[in-house]
Design a protein around this ligand. Structure first.
Ligand code: CA
Length: 231
């Protein structure tokens, strides 16, 4: 299966035409005809993509778009607009729609847009995964340089963060104090290896449930430290 698509369209003829075209391409399509039903569907199970008509009875397409964008999970949205709705198109994109198609459109154009938006969304999801290290209750966002423990943000200094990332991205590998000093502080740093110990202690206090019996940042006697391997 190519993915699930929620189609929100109140004009039955257009809905049927789009549904047939998408199903022929292997997509599973659910059709609803107003915004309220659309939001109910999204709350129940997230589709891979939403095709959303702009002008709907009751809760209109823009409100649906705005509401979906406030959710924590990202779902790609393609807006359907009629000719002459230029202003609304822009607003739709500003609200976070990924693309729009102006009626009337042909199926080939529609399928091409759907595939392009899905491809982009999937590569974005993969990138998000690559940007994060998750170890137990610990989550490290490498791009945002933030750390959470059990979902709670933890305040780290830049050096603490760099030290943690170096260790956590090589679980099980033993690093000597001198190596850590060189890699995190640089060759020309004048401090001694006590600096590493001090930073490890601070990290343990911030990250470990019991800093005296660390679960993540382990001491390797007379050598240095390693990050626990997840078993
Ligand atoms: Ca409509």
């Amino acid at each position: 299966m190519q993915g699930t698509i929620l189609l929100v369209e109140d004009e039955a003829a257009i809905a049927a035409f789009v549904q047939t075209a998408l199903e022929r391409e292997g997509f599973a399509v659910e059709v609803v005809e107003d915004g309220r039903q659309a939001l109910a569907c999204v709350n129940q199970a997230l589709p891979d993509l939403i095709i959303l008509d702009l002008i709907l009875p009751g809760v209109n397409g823009l409100e649906v778009c705005r509401t979906v964008r406030r959710m924590s999970t990202y779902v790609p949205i393609i807006m359907l607009t009629a000719r002459g709705e230029d202003v609304d198109k822009v607003v739709g994109l500003e609200l976070g729609a990924d693309d729009y198609i102006t009626k009337p459109f042909n199926t080939r154009e529609l399928i091409a847009r759907v595939r392009a938006v899905l491809r982009l969304a999937r590569s974005r999801a993969t990138m998000d995964e690559l940007d994060r290290l998750r170890i137990g209750r610990l989550e490290i966002d490498l791009t945002g340089r933030t750390v959470t423990v059990g979902g709670q943000p933890v305040d780290l200094t830049p050096k603490e963060f760099d030290l943690l990332v170096l260790l956590a991205s090589h679980p099980g590998r033993v690093f000597g104090r001198e190596t850590l000093l060189e890699k995190v502080w640089g060759y020309d740093y004048l401090g001694d290896s006590r600096t590493v110990d001090v930073h490890i202690q601070r990290l343990r206090r911030k990250l470990e449930e019991d800093p005296h019996r660390p679960r993540y940042l382990l001491t390797v006697r007379s050598i240095g430290y390693k990050f626990a391997r997840e078993d």
